[in-house]
Write a protein that binds this ligand. Structure first.
Ligand code: SAH
Ligand code: SF4
Ligand code: F3S
Length: 550
């Protein structure tokens, strides 16, 4: 593809989950390699791309209001190119353009490999309209739009059609740039599965991300190795049901010299160990072990999100037996009521969920060795038909499991899902709100107890950057190109001002947030490093510690 003929800076904003963050990184890299410049200032951009989420109505509303503002701006500057990427684009499709003609380009998450091509066309079309002196109103009405959507009817069929999965090329094209010093990236996502076949009754993801496919293990391992060479010390493997990963080498398909991702098999049986393991199959446990051994400089290997069903002992033991795999599981129960779980089509009961948690704790929870197992959960309150008793069962499960934190959502009916079509949204918003805040309060109490139990221990902590509080209260940049939670704060900033100490934020292997005060001149050398911290006090949300390094 020829380099862009224009000088437009691109503004790319990401909404939604880690999967979207990774997608934005990959498409950003692809566009950069074609000569596009990026800006963090939307006002100065000639191209605005939103990578969107559709999981709840609220997530969509944020994008709608941004697009509404852009419509204003485009009236003044008709040359502006606006693109909607991601799950909202896929879910709403052409209806989105009809509703908001400001949009020039739509690209679903399953078609992101086509984005450079779509964008080049969209820019050309817009510039053509400008050059022809087409009035703004007519320009807005033109159908010269760029659209790439899978369409829910054509959920990607994996390797069955033996067609090339071109999306795999996007992950493979990831740019690796080893850099030293302050701008170094130390944490990265790597996708192992795409899409989802679970069809939980409330969820849009199987429609927006398409059918579940599993990436070839060689591709994944190679990507991790290259990130390690780049200096990355923490890798988070991504998948909607990450623990269901499995690649059967015997049925691998190669197209144009490239091994193709493989269609996810239905995964039922409640087995304790992957029955398919053995020669010719890379199981989730096998993949973890391979990455762990292939990338020894990666000091932390995590994975999200785990599905509570069919999490084999082999995978738990792989975590236990490989010291650099984090003892952290994000394993959403969604509800503690069997009736609601069945209506949600989750495929497990509350007692099966608890059985899994007990099994995981038995294998992985070793607080006496400084390695407690930390759990995080997601819950939906106010699912259709949820009674007070159902809600109480959810609260009881939350209390019993003792998650270090939970993400708690009010049920949001999503068009196209089974729940939307068949189950009336009959829990009043008032009740949803009450249950939501009751569960949040309960979780806050438990989080505080979990935090308190860590006081007195010493943990290795991956230092991420100045604590948000520190950044806010000092309102200045303490050093050059520091990263906070993976985001680079533009450097170089003003010369650091003298202060007695700087508060840094980091995380334990169990994903507990830790704050630690250090001398200002020590800051730059600590970012992205794992150092021991003695925990002295805590709040519900974070631990406070002292340096325990020499
Ligand atoms: N694959 C992951 C979840 C991805 S979506 C899993 O199965 O655990 C992230 C979270 O959003 C879900 O865990 C669920 O709690 C929430 N969620 C999804 N759809 C929702 C809806 N329609 N209303 C409210 N919350 C929803
Ligand atoms: Fe959605 Fe269920 Fe798939 Fe998670 S497992 S992405 S909640 S359908
Ligand atoms: Fe949202 Fe799509 Fe992720 S709906 S949560 S961006 S998979």
């Amino acid at each position: 593809m020829p380099p862009p003929m224009h000088d437009r800076a691109v503004y790319l904003e990401t909404f939604g989950c880690q999967m979207n963050e990774l997608d934005s990184e990959l498409v950003g890299g692809a566009l950069r390699s074609l000569g596009y410049r990026f800006t963090a200032d939307a006002q100065r951009a000639g191209v605005i791309l939103y990578n969107t989420c559709s999981v709840r109505e609220h997530a969509e509303q944020k994008v709608w209001s941004r697009l509404g503002e852009l419509a204003e701006r485009k009236r003044e500057d008709p040359s502006l190119v606006v693109g909607v990427l991601g799950c909202l684009a896929e879910r709403d499709g052409q209806a989105l353009i009809r509703r908001l003609p400001v949009v020039d380009l739509l690209c679903g998450p399953g078609e992101l490999d086509k984005l450079p091509h779509l964008l080049a066309n969209a820019i050309q079309a817009r510039e053509g309209l400008m050059a022809d002196g087409v009035e703004v109103e007519r320009a807005a009405a033109t159908s010269a739009r760029q659209v790439a959507l899978q369409g829910s009817a054509s959920r990607r069929s994996g390797t069955l059609a033996a067609a090339e999965d071109s999306l795999e090329r996007l992950d493979l094209s990831r740019s690796f740039s080893p850099v030293d010093g302050a701008g170094r990236r130390f944490s990265a996502y790597v996708r192992i599965t795409r899409g989802c076949n679970k069809f939980c009754a409330y969820c849009v993801v199987p429609f927006t991300r398409g059918a579940e496919v599993h990436r070839p293990p060689d591709h994944v391992v190679d990507e991790c190795r290259r990130l390690a060479d780049e200096g990355v010390v923490e890798i988070t493997l991504l998948g909607q049901t990450v623990n269901h990963y499995r690649f059967e080498h015997g049925s691998a398909v190669t197209v144009n010299g490239l091994t193709q991702p493989q269609k996810g098999r239905s995964y039922r049986g409640g087995h304790r160990r992957d029955p398919y393991s053995g020669a010719g199959v890379t199981t989730f446990a096998g993949l973890l072990a391979r990455i762990h051994d292939a990338a020894p400089s990666v000091e932390r290997l995590r994975f999200v999100t785990s599905y509570p069903r069919d999490f084999g002992d082999d995978a738990l033991e792989a975590v236990r037996d490989h010291p650099r795999i984090c003892r952290y599981l994000h394993v959403p129960p969604q509800s503690g009521s069997d009736r609601v779980l069945a209506a949600m089509n989750r495929g497990y009961t509350a007692s099966q969920y608890l059985e899994f948690i007990d099994r995981a704790r038995h294998v992985l929870d070793q607080p006496e060795r400084g390695r407690p197992l930390m759990l995080a959960g997601d819950f939906i309150v106010g699912f259709p038909g949820e009674t007070e008793d159902d809600f109480e069962a959810t609260a009881a499960l939350l209390e019993r499991v003792r998650f270090k934190n939970s993400f708690i959502f009010k049920y949001s009916p999503r068009p196209g899902t089974v729940a939307f079509d068949r189950l009336p949204d009959d829990v009043p918003d008032e009740t949803k709100r009450r249950r939501n805040s009751a569960l949040l309060d309960l979780q806050a109490r438990i989080s505080a107890q979990v935090s308190r139990a860590q006081v007195g221990a010493t943990f290795p902590v991956l230092i991420e950057g100045p604590s948000p509080r520190h950044v806010k209260t000092t309102a200045r940049r303490e050093a050059v190109g520091l990263t906070v939670g993976g985001l680079v704060i533009d450097g170089p900033g003003p010369t650091p001002q003298r202060s007695d100490s700087v508060q840094l934020a980091g995380r334990t292997e169990g994903d507990l947030i830790v704050f630690v005060d250090v001398a200002p001149d020590a800051v730059a050398g600590l970012i992205g490093r794992i150092v021991p911290v003695s925990i002295r006090s805590c709040t519900a949300l974070a631990l406070h510690g002292e340096p325990a390094w020499g």
